[in-house]
Design a protein around this ligand. Structure first.
Ligand SMILES: Nc1ncnc2c1ncn2[C@@H]1O[C@H](COP(=O)(O)OP(=O)(O)OP(=O)(O)O)[C@@H](O)[C@H]1O
Ligand SMILES: [Mg+2]
Length: 253
């Protein structure tokens, strides 16, 4: 494996310098964090790489731009480098997790309409929820950018709700990250970045409501890796050929 420069190591992924300017290699790790607990979910990185690739290709099918260029191997994908907008946009269809707790709504209650929320990506301050006012006042995004992200998030929600239902999964909620991407003429467009996977979506079996996402890890349930496998299997992207995994590449500082 070629030596290359590590740009950033996060909790779930590592970003390396890509082969061409304006590209990055995104490496998916098996690490998982929940609250203050760290763990390893064997094979998660391999599965999230496939699942996120699949879902971003489906977005491209309907004309939604994403950072994905192509998957490179079991754990890595080539992506377009973006200026990350420091926000997480969450879309909730059914009350679950923190939202259910905050409003004392029993988990599993369908929401009368999808609720979109913005959070400032800042680990030190535990990603506080922010309004459009904060976003524009602090210069994280312009009003037009917010409109674009909201419209994209709602379109993605409609499309994925149907897509997952076809795979016997309920899309309870999910979060997105967006980034600014510039073309040769310096034109800016907002594209979907980061990952879309059972780490970033709540997915329940459509008949039994069994959780098949990162909540199995957060709540210390059994069969955590199996949840990720089941999502991959139902989407038709479960790797069939054993581990065949790649080691994390050597890094030069
Ligand atoms: N196309 C891209 N270009 C630049 N940065 C990206 C791109 N896609 C994702 N990122 C950033 O790469 C990092 C991925 O790592 P990971 O998700 O493991 O981080 P994390 O520990 O969750 O921290 P963070 O709170 O920043 O997401 C994130 O900071 C994400 O915002
Ligand atoms: Mg992240």
């Amino acid at each position: 494996m070629a030596r290359r420069k590590r740009i950033y190591e996060g909790k779930a992924k590592v970003l390396y310098e890509g082969p061409e300017p304006g590209t990055l290699v995104q490496y998916f790790k098996d690490d998982a964090y929940a609250f203050d607990r760290k763990g390893t979910i064997t094979g998660k990185g391999v599965l999230n790489n496939r699942i996120s690739e699949y879902l971003m290709i489906r977005l491209a099918d309907i004309g939604i731009p994403t950072h994905l260029v192509r998957r490179l191997n079991m754990r890595e994908q080539l992506v377009r480098e973006v200026e990350i907008i420091p926000l997480t946009i969450s879309v909730n269809n059914v009350a679950a997790g923190e939202l259910a707790g905050r409003f004392s709504i029993p988990e599993g209650t369908p929401l009368p309409r999808s609720i979109v929320e913005y959070y400032w990506k800042n680990d030190e301050y535990s990603d506080p929820m922010v309004s459009e006012e904060h976003i524009t006042a602090f210069g994280w995004a312009a009003p037009q950018d917010i409109d674009d992200m909201l419209a994209l998030a709602l379109r993605i929600n409609d499309y994925f709700t149907g897509l997952f239902f076809g795979a016997r999964l309920k899309l309870i909620d999910f979060k997105l990250e967006f980034g600014r991407n510039y073309d040769e003429n310096g034109e800016m467009r907002i594209i979907v970045a980061d990952e879309i996977s059972p780490d970033t979506c709540r997915l329940w079996d459509s008949e039994t409501d069994e959780k098949l996402d990162k909540d199995r890890f957060r709540r210390d349930l059994d069969k955590v890796a199996e949840g990720y496998q089941e999502v991959a299997r139902r989407l038709g992207v479960l790797p069939t050929s054993g581990p065949g995994d790649v080691a994390e590449p050597t890094t030069i500082q």
